[in-house]
Structures are given as structure tokens and as C-alpha cells.
Design a binder for this molecule. Sequence first.
Ligand code: PMP
Length: 400
Amino acid sequence: MLTPRQLFLRHQAQTSNFPLLLEIERAEGVWMYGPGGRRYLDLISGIGVSNVGHRHPRVLRAIQDQLDKYLHLMVYGELVQAPPAALAHALHQTLPAELDNVYFTNSGTEAVEGALKLAKRYTGRTELISCLNAYHGSTQGALSVTGSESFKRSFRPLLPDVRHIRYNDATDLAHITERTAAVIVETVQGEGGVRVPANGYLPQLRRRCDEVGALLILDEIQCGFGRTGTFWAFEQFGVVPDILLTAKGMGGGMPIGAFISRQEIMHSFKTDPILGHLTTFGGHPVSCAAALATLQVIQEEQLLAGVAEKAARFRRQLVHPAIRGVRGLGLLMAVEFDSFEVLKPIIDRALEHEGVLTDWFLFCDNSLRLAPPLTITDAEIDEACAALLRAVEHVTDSLV
Ligand code: PMP
């Protein structure tokens, strides 16, 4: 009998020669448990997914209740099913009134795909603008607007008429013109290494889009659903997008995403052609039930209220000569070191000796990713920081 690890390596497609290879049997709250009960403190939430912790009881109950009723019934948008309808309403209530229409997808990248199509269809234009170092997903449309040539080169040709601007650079906004269907921007860049918008940048971007009639798509797939301390990150920057993207943390551990817009815009999918965007599983009732429970947990457990103080608690403790700084917004943080050569052994040491799971970023390999469940307690933060500092100390001692 082959072990799960052997089966994983032999039969599950690999995307690098150095997968983490951590075997997990069970997870609860901020903890994941391996064989023999070894526990790991999860400081990255499955990359921004487990915002309410692993297996939140309320999410489990919502899933269980839905399992007793029905699973998939029909492709998107035909049958009236209470879970997606209730979730669309609950999402709308977290948003400015004009964002009143939700299209459910299975993932983040599919939300991006739907939004790009919607923008092209609604405006009748073709140009798409995105930012350098943005990550928007791995399907071909989302990859086209991802801002890393090394990630894209081998898969070209991708979508035509895509142009990149520098994030946080007001002078580049002049590239947005009457030709532009949409500008897609992460409200806070995630894989770029947690880049927070400069003062006034997003309002300037919003104004430029309005001037030329381009739609503004904000990708909150990583930074939404409470991660930054407000339910949506854009609330902190005085702008409202035309299309908002969410996924990851939305499902409380179940696969789901959405693009959200105004009814007038979303109506474009009804004609020319009819059924302008289709999905079999988007809006799956079990995922929607889990997502509604997740949203309610964030609100009713008042998780947003604790985010800033928890982030400050991390920042106060993560002080060391090897740490060049901590960037971030709320519990989406990047701890910067001199180089990947310093960072990588720290990540390895933290995992192997301290049982603390962290990561780096796709487009920023000198920074450590910190995005714990928002439910993390003060004691767990103190434990995490002490463990990380021990790992930093050990590695920098041995580098000297
Ligand atoms: N946009 C952003 C900002 C992301 O961080 C991600 C995932 N890392 C995606 C889109 C793609 O989401 P998914 O992996 O669910 O397709």
C-alpha cells in the first residue's frame, strides 16, 4: 500500500519541484494537525481562505443543513434556490446600494473571467488595463491581465489588447482612454507583496475611469471578506468599483467566488448573445450556504473590530535587525527581509522546528506572508511571533 505522500507525488499533478509536502489529517480554528497529532499554526489561511478559521462550527452547520436538502440541481441562473438568493441579498447589504447584482462562480479566476467579459460586452470596447505585479488568476483571460511577463511568456498568445500600468503611479493613469473597456486592480495588491494604495490613488483612478467611460473592476479576491479590517478593502479608500470580485475567504473553506455589479451592467449578459455567461456549478447551494454563514460569522462575531489591534500586536513583536519592515493592511501583511536567501530558510525553520506555516509571495520573494485567520487569539499571536523570531534568530545566527 502506497502512502498518501507517495500517491500525491506519483499521481497528483505537480506544479513545482518543491511542494511543501506537509501531510494534514485534520484542521480546526488556526490549527492544522498532521499524522501523530503534530500541530501547525496556520498563519496564511490556505492563502487568504480561512478568514473565519478552519471548520468554523457555524459554517459546518450551514453545510450540514444544506446537505439534508439538495446538492446541485441545475446549471446557473434557472432555478430559484434559497442559498444563492439569500447570499446575493446578504452580499448586497454589505455594499453600496448600486452594487446590487451578484453572479456566482466557483473560483477567483472565474470571477475575473466573467468580469472581463462583462466589461467588454457592456462598453463595446476591447482594451483591458491592469497593473504590473498584479495577480488575477491562472485561466487565460485572468492570466492575460496578470502583471508578470515571466508567468505569461510560455502561454502566449493570450488575450490581445491588454496593457499594464504601474500600481500606485498616478502618471500612468493617462494610459486609460476612451478605448479602455475596464481597468482591473487589486484594492490591495496581494502577490505583489502586499502593496497598499497610496493616498488618493484609488480616487484618482476612479475619476480617470469616469472621465473616459471605462469600468473600474476591483479584485478583492484576496483582500476582501474582512481580511483588511473592513468587510471590503475599498471601503477604506473612498471609492466604489463598477465591478467587485470576491472568492477565497468568501466560502469559509468551500469553493466559491463572485463578480458583483449594477443590474444595468449585468443585464448585458441577457442579450447578444442570450446566456452571455454560463456555469454549471457556479452558485452551488452548499458553497452558498457556507458563504452566507461565513459572512454572518464575520458580522456577528464582530471579527472586523479586532483586525487592526491583532495586526498591531504582530507588528509590535516582529522586530529584529533582520526584519526590514512590515507592510500591510489589517491581517494581510508582508514581513520584509533582505533576500529570498534569508527568507526561505526562515520559512523552512518555522515550519519544521516551530510548527508555524508561512509562505512568500508569487511576485515578491523577499517577504514573508502573514494572513492568519481573523479569529486568531492574542495568545496565538504571541506564540506565532515568538516562534517566528526564534526561526529568524536561528537562521541569521547561522548565516553570520
Ligand atoms: N485574484 C487575486 C487577487 C488572487 O489573490 C487570486 C488567488 N491567489 C486570484 C485572483 C485567483 O483566484 P483562484 O485561485 O480562486 O482562481
